[in-house]
Ligand binder design. Structure first.
Ligand code: A2P
Length: 294
C-alpha cells in the first residue's frame, strides 16, 4: 500500500475545471461557466450518510456535488454545504428534474424552485433533465422550462441526463440553448464512444455517472492486475480512465477513506496501461439505460 500512500500525498485538492456552454442555433456559445471535472455523486446515499459523506468530501477538497430530486437527499446536501462554511461560490452544485416531473414548462420551473428550496440555495450551478421525458410530447416544453430557469438565473447551466444520440439530435429542432452536459453511465466496461461523440457534437460535455459500475466490477482480476502495475487501487484506475476520456466524473461513496482515495485518482498517470484498460469493454450496464428508449 506504499504506492497508494504516495498518491494521497500528491493529490491536488480540486483538480481541473472544464468550460460549460450552451450552443445556440448560430453555433455561438451562451451562458458560459466552469465546472470542476471531478465531483461526488450521492445516488443511494440516504439521510445522515449523505450529509456526512458531503462533509467528508468537502473537507477532503471536493468542490462539486451531484444530487437529484429523485435521490431524496437534496436537504442533506444543502445542510452539509451550509455547515462546511465554504463560500457558496466555491462549490458547484448539480441537481436534476425528476423524470415524472418532466411533463411541461410550468412544472419544470416549479420543480426547479422546489429543488432550490430543499437545498437551501439561491441558485443551482447545473440543472439536468434526469432522463428523456417518457412522453415525447413533453420533451420540448420541459426543455423550454429549463431554458427559462437559465434565463432567469435560477440556474447557471442546464443539461440532460440519460439522453441517447437520437434524443440529442431531436433537441436541435426545439432548443434555443442546447445542453451543456449529457450525464450517462460510462466506465471501462461501458465506454460509449458513440454517445460521447454525439454529446460533444451538440457542444456538451459527457458526464460519467457510475464510473465504478456501482462497484460491481471492482473485483475484476484484469483490473486488479492493471492497478497493481501502476501502484493504484482498482477504483482509482476506473475513475482516472473516465477523466482522461474528457468526462466530468462523479464517483459515489459514503465511506471517508474511499472518498479520499477516489479524489487522489486525479493525480494518477494511467498512460502506460491505457490500452489494457480499453480492452475491458463489455457493454456492461450496471443500472438502467433510458438512452436506448424511443
Ligand atoms: P461506498 O459508498 O460504500 O464506498 P458508482 O460511483 O460507480 O455508482 O459506484 C458506487 C459504489 O462503489 C458504491 O457501492 C460505493 O460504496 C463503491 N465505492 C466507491 N468508491 C470505492 C472505492 N474507492 N473502492 C471500492 N468501492 C468503492
Amino acid at each position: 500500500m506504499r504506492e497508494l500512500h504516495v498518491l494521497f500525498l500528491q493529490a491536488e485538492p480540486m483538480g481541473p475545471h472544464l468550460s460549460l456552454a450552451h450552443m445556440t442555433s448560430d453555433g455561438s456559445k451562451s451562458y458560459e461557466s466552469e465546472i470542476p471535472q471531478f465531483g461526488l455523486g450521492v445516488f443511494l446515499a440516504n439521510g445522515p450518510d449523505c450529509k456526512q459523506a458531503v462533509r467528508w468530501a468537502l473537507d477532503a477538497g471536493y468542490r462539486h456535488i451531484d444530487t437529484a430530486r429523485a435521490y431524496d437527499n437534496e436537504k442533506q446536501v444543502g445542510e452539509a454545504i451550509l455547515e462546511s462554511e465554504i463560500e457558496r461560490s466555491e462549490i458547484f452544485v448539480t441537481s436534476k428534474l425528476r423524470r415524472f416531473h418532466a411533463v411541461g414548462y410550468d412544472e419544470t420551473i416549479h420543480r426547479c424552485k422546489e429543488s432550490l428550496e430543499n437545498l437551501g440555495l439561491e441558485y443551482l450551478d447545473l440543472f439536468l433533465v434526469h432522463a428523456p421525458p417518457k412522453d415525447p410530447y413533453h420533451r420540448k416544453p420541459t426543455w423550454q422550462g429549463m431554458e427559462k430557469c437559465l434565463e432567469t438565473g435560477l440556474v447557471r447551466a442546464i443539461g440532460v441526463s440519460n439522453y441517447g444520440a437520437h434524443h440529442l439530435d431531436h433537441m436541435r429542432s426545439y432548443a434555443r440553448y442546447l445542453p451543456s452536459v449529457n450525464q450517462f453511465e460510462v466506465h471501462p466496461w461501458l465506454q460509449r464512444p458513440g454517445l460521447r461523440a454525439a454529446t460533444e457534437a451538440i457542444g456538451a460535455i459527457p458526464e460519467a455517472y457510475s464510473p465504478l459500475a456501482r462497484g460491481k466490477k471492482l473485483d475484476d482480476p484484469m483490473l486488479a492486475s492493471i492497478a497493481k502495475k501502476i501502484g493504484a487501487s482498482p477504483a482509482q484506475v476506473a475513475i482516472k480512465w473516465c477523466l482522461d476520456q474528457g468526462c466530468i466524473t462523479i464517483p459515489k461513496s459514503t465511506n471517508k477513506n474511499r472518498i479520499e482515495e477516489n479524489l487522489a485518482a486525479l493525480n494518477l498517470d494511467i498512460s502506460p496501461v491505457m490500452a489494457e484498460i480499453s480492452s475491458l469493454e463489455e457493454n456492461f450496464v450496471s443500472g438502467w439505460d433510458p438512452t436506448a428508449e424511443p
